[in-house]
Each structure stands twice: as C-alpha cells, then as structure tokens.
Design a protein around this ligand. Structure first.
Ligand SMILES: *[C@@H]1O[C@H](CO)[C@@H](O)[C@H](O)[C@H]1NC(C)=O
Length: 295
C-alpha cells in the first residue's frame, strides 16, 4: 500500500510538471450561472446553491433525491465537472454523473456513466463506469480511487470523439472505450447527449451487492458540484451538425484519437492497481467477449 501510494505520488508529480497534454481543453467555456445552463429535473426543494451561486448541492433524504441536467445537448467534446461526495456512512447512496441522449430512461438511449457508490464509514468509495448504446449496456467497470473523494473536490471528465470515449479522474484516464469501426460496433456516436447528475438511494444493489443498507439516521446525504466545463459541439435541431471530422475542434483532431504517451503510463498504472471489476474479463458473463474488448 505505502509503496504503491508513493509511486503514485511520484507519477502525479511528474504528470503535473508537464505541459498540458493534447487532451486538455484549449479554451474551456465555464458555465457561471446555474440557471442559464441547467434545469432541475425533480425535487427542486432538495437542491441548493452557495450564496455566490458557484457551488451546487444535491440532497438525498428518505423522501427523495434530486437531479439536474444541461439545457443543451452535445455531440462530441470534452465535458468536465468538479464533484465532492457525501462523507461518513454513505452506504447505499449513489451519485450519478452521466451523459445521456434521452430525458427519461428511453429504450433506445445512448449513455456514458460515472456512478459513485457510497460505503460504510472508513471504507472506500467505488467508482463505476458504463456505456450504453441504443438502450443496451452491460459494459460496467469498477475502480477504486487513489484519494478520498469525500474530502475535496476532484475533476471527473469525459472525452468523446468518433475514435474513443475516455473517462478521466483528475486528468488521469481510468477507462478507454474504443470504436471498433465495424458495422455493428458498440460505440455511441450518433445521438447528441445531455449531461446529468443526480443523487439517489440504491441500497438494493450499490454497496456489497445490496447487503449494506442506507442508514437514514445520517440523512440528508449531500453531493457538491462546481466548475462545469463543456468544450463540445452544441447540437441544434434539425441540422445533422457536429460531425467528428471538422478540424477546428481539438477533441476531433488526430492527437485526441488515442492517449498520448504521458497518459498511457498513468492509464496502465490504474489498470494494474485500481480495477475491481472489468466486464471484458468476466468470462462467466460473456463466454464470447464483446468485440470492443479485443482492442
Ligand atoms: C466498500 O468497502 C468494501 C471493503 O473495503 C469494498 O470491498 C467495496 O468494494 C467498497 N465499495 C462498495 C460499493 O461496496
């Protein structure tokens, strides 16, 4: 533990002393005002902002959780936000932060998910990612984090172009989902997506497969948000816009089609040390692995 932690610190120092990599947004547009850019989806009274409007809080109690979404849809780009999670005993509580083509859980939706699964006091949070295409998912991965996500804000981002989808934590790529370019590929690239976040009770499955129940004595559970950046192509109906071939968008350019060497090292470190579950290694579930697992 001590050893890998310190080698991780070393990696981090190296990474932070380097100039911004190609996957860094060139000119992120910061959303300053919540109301201009987001809608509250449900339970408005469980949503609060800091006095200066820069930090947003989602509350979960026994009655309900709540959630918000962007007003706009995007197709391809870099999407990023800082989040901080419920501390203490948060078993059963899930904070989801995701992109989805649909406002409901429509049967044909495309989706890119980050889900943060709470835990008993002192036990680590787990981060689950998943990809859906046309309503079909089953592409879960679970990771441990290398820090306590309840102590501070950390940045969680998605890079999406027609070549791959990369999930980042503090600029460290933790998951790469590649486009096989085959006819029936499992790669959501057609539908524009909103970005969402919500907090809810999932004690039927989230912590130790549902064995650990939410302890409502600790309610309300609060997730905090700030610094949303969307550096992507904003979709405007009905034009078939936002094709991933335009050269002016950094996220579509050749450098963003694969991880640069500097990120590959971190990515393989994460792969060796932090993966708890990978559907691409679950031969019981997939006797024949999905095609994208072979890339
Ligand atoms: C909770 O903590 C246990 C014990 O450390 C760990 O095995 C588990 O992956 C953690 N996360 C969840 C969501 O259960």
């Amino acid at each position: 533990m001590g050893l890998w932690l310190s080698s991780w610190m070393l990696l981090l120092c190296i990474a932070s002393s380097m100039s911004p990599s190609s996957a860094a947004p060139a000119n992120p547009s910061t959303f300053s005002s919540f109301k201009d850019n987001f809608n509250i989806m449900w339970a408005e009274d469980h949503f609060k902002t800091s006095p200066d409007g820069q930090v947003w809080y989602l509350y979960l109690d026994k009655k309900t959780g709540c959630g918000f979404q962007t007003r706009q849809r995007y197709r391809f780009g870099w999407f990023s936000m800082k989040l901080k999670f419920v501390g203490g005993d948060s078993a059963g509580v899930v904070t989801a932060y995701y992109m989805c083509s649909d406002l409901g859980a429509g049967p044909d939706r495309d989706e890119l998910d980050f889900e943060f699964l709470g835990n008993r006091t002192g036990q680590p949070y787990t981060i689950q990612t998943n990809v859906y295409k046309s309503g079909l998912g089953g592409r879960e991965m679970r990771h441990m984090l290398w820090f306590d996500p309840t102590e501070d804000f950390h940045t969680y981002s998605i890079l999406w172009n027609n070549h791959h989808i990369v999930f980042f934590v503090d600029r460290v790529p933790i998951r790469v989902h590649k486009n096989t370019d085959k006819p029936n590929n499992f790669f959501p690239n057609e539908k524009p997506m909103y970005m969402f976040s919500s907090i809810w009770n999932a004690d039927d499955w989230a912590t130790r497969g549902g064995l650990e129940k939410t302890d409502w004595k600790n309610a309300p559970f609060v997730s905090s948000y700030k610094d949303f950046h969307a550096d992507g192509c904003q979709w405007k109906d009905p034009f078939p816009a936002c094709v991933s071939t335009t050269t002016e968008n950094w996220w579509d350019q050749y450098e963003a089609w694969s991880l640069p060497d500097s990120q590959l090292e971190d990515f393989s470190w994460v792969g060796r040390n932090l993966v708890i579950y990978d559907y691409c290694k679950d031969y019981e579930r997939y006797p024949v692995l999905p095609e994208e697992c072979n890339l």
